[in-house]
Ligand binder design. Structure first.
Ligand SMILES: Cc1ncc(COP(=O)(O)O)c(C=O)c1O
Length: 414
């Protein structure tokens, strides 16, 4: 039955109580039981972003040029600081967007329009060559723009197969994609090798650093080795990096960058032919929350390189505990050389999906890979404290599956 629109008003307290009651049925994400969707840097960072968000609760980033110059200033400064972080060439440019998917869709549109402007015969359909481990946002972009996507199998270590990608490039290829790291396995594709292929074919290379962009530089600063991935690599044309993941900013906010003005000039939308005159946006959406911009700006100021590095150091120590805890459970293995905080765990020994079902019974929301079958977790400081509990339940679940078997019904889903 359809819920009826309320006839009468209801007390504020009652409404809040109703919200709290509904929320009580959600998964315990603050206790680390949700292995994706949510992120945390530190309590102080969360409080600061909440305050900054509240200060800009009603402002609309669509009006930043005409009414809210402070939002424009914060966006400009976020982009400048990020370009500095990502070793960008002096004339590189960037834009704030509402998420990884929007950053990717816009990078694809910018690349397509750059190619159209460049080619003498602009009627070809265009295709994107990417590893099978790339994010579906590229397929979403391709569907919107009627492009083709060629997903190429990864190598035995789950990274992009540069030779196979090289061989898949044809006259209609407009974009190559590498991830830093990819979502399924948390491994970095070999961006420098992909950049060499892209340059040789004169094809655009997009680096999807939605996950790693605002984490990898600080993991490197903490003294750990991280593969090269950013705008400092010749041949990288665009890059996406999400502030609402490991930038720890309030959702929704991401960034997209172009290494040269010739690329960036195709980003954005401008229209004049309607009664209200010029309508220009640098996002797909029109109206856009100001809060996430204030939150991200405030965190950059508050944490700085030192603060982000301290969080990255603590998080990576947690990841080391996780990996060694997994290694101590007979029959389990970490897939690939997961460089940051996404770790997938498979087994040649027990049905890992049955293990996931038992973990679900212990109120751990499972993250799953279907190919190969594995447990998948994208972790932040939300997940470190509960790690001993998780590993204990995991060891018990593996033992039980080994002893009892059982048919798994669960299916992999993002
Ligand atoms: C590698 C990668 N790219 C892109 C995205 C899309 O980001 P969003 O969910 O913010 O649209 C994700 C999301 O997890 C991701 O892991």
């Amino acid at each position: 039955m359809r819920t009826k629109f309320p006839d009468t008003s209801r007390r504020r307290e009652d409404v809040i109580q109703a919200l709290e009651a509904m929320k009580a049925g959600d998964a315990d994400w603050q206790g680390g039981r949700v292995p994706l969707f949510v992120f945390k840097g530190s309590d102080t960072a969360t409080e600061l972003t909440r305050d900054a968000f509240s200060l800009y609760f009603s402002e609309n980033a669509l009006g930043r040029a005409r009414a809210f110059p402070s939002l424009q200033q914060m966006e400009n400064e976020i982009i400048d600081m990020a370009l500095d972080l990502f070793h960008a060439p002096a004339d590189a440019a960037g834009f704030v967007t509402t998420g990884g998917s929007e950053s990717i869709i816009q990078a694809v549109q910018t690349c397509r329009d750059y190619n159209r402007a460049k080619r003498s015969a602009p009627t070809h359909r265009g295709n994107i060559v990417m590893p099978v481990s790339g994010h579906p946002a590229f397929d979403k972009a391709a569907r919107l723009m009627d492009l083709e996507v060629k997903r190429i199998a990864v190598t035995g270590d789950f990274t992009a197969d540069t030779d196979a990608m090289d061989a898949a490039i044809d006259r209609d290829t407009i974009m190559l994609v590498g991830s830093a790291p990819c979502f399924p396995f948390g491994v970095f594709d070999p961006i420098e090798a992909l950049a060499e292929v892209a340059q040789r074919h004169d094809v655009w290379l997009h680096v999807d650093a939605c996950v790693g962009g605002y984490l990898a530089p600080f993991v490197a600063a903490s003294g750990r080795s991280v593969p090269a991935f950013d705008l400092g690599i010749a041949g990288v044309c665009s890059m996406s990096a999400d502030l609402h993941k490991y930038g720890y900013a309030p959702k929704p906010i991401s960034t997209v960058f172009y290494s040269a003005p010739a690329y960036a000039e195709h980003h954005g939308f401008e229209f004049h032919d309607w009664p209200n005159g010029r309508f220009a946006t640098t996002t797909i959406v029109g109206t856009r929350a100001g809060g996430p911009i204030a939150g991200a700006w405030a965190l950059f100021q508050h944490l700085g390189r030192d603060g982000y590095t301290a969080i990255a150091d603590e998080l990576m120590s947690g990841m080391e505990t996780y990996r060694s805890g997994v290694a101590d459970i007979p029959g389990l293995k970490v897939l690939g050389d997961a460089a940051l905080s996404i770790v997938s765990v498979g087994s040649d020994d027990v049905d890992i999906f049955r293990v996931a079902e038992l973990m679900q019974q212990q109120n751990w929301v499972p993250g799953l890979l279907q190919q190969p079958k594995a447990l998948h977790r994208m972790m932040s400081m939300l997940h470190v404290a509960s790690m001993p509990d998780y590993l204990g339940d995991l060891a018990a679940a593996v033992d039980r599956v080994r002893a009892e078997g059982g048919d798994a019904k669960i299916q992999a889903e993002y």
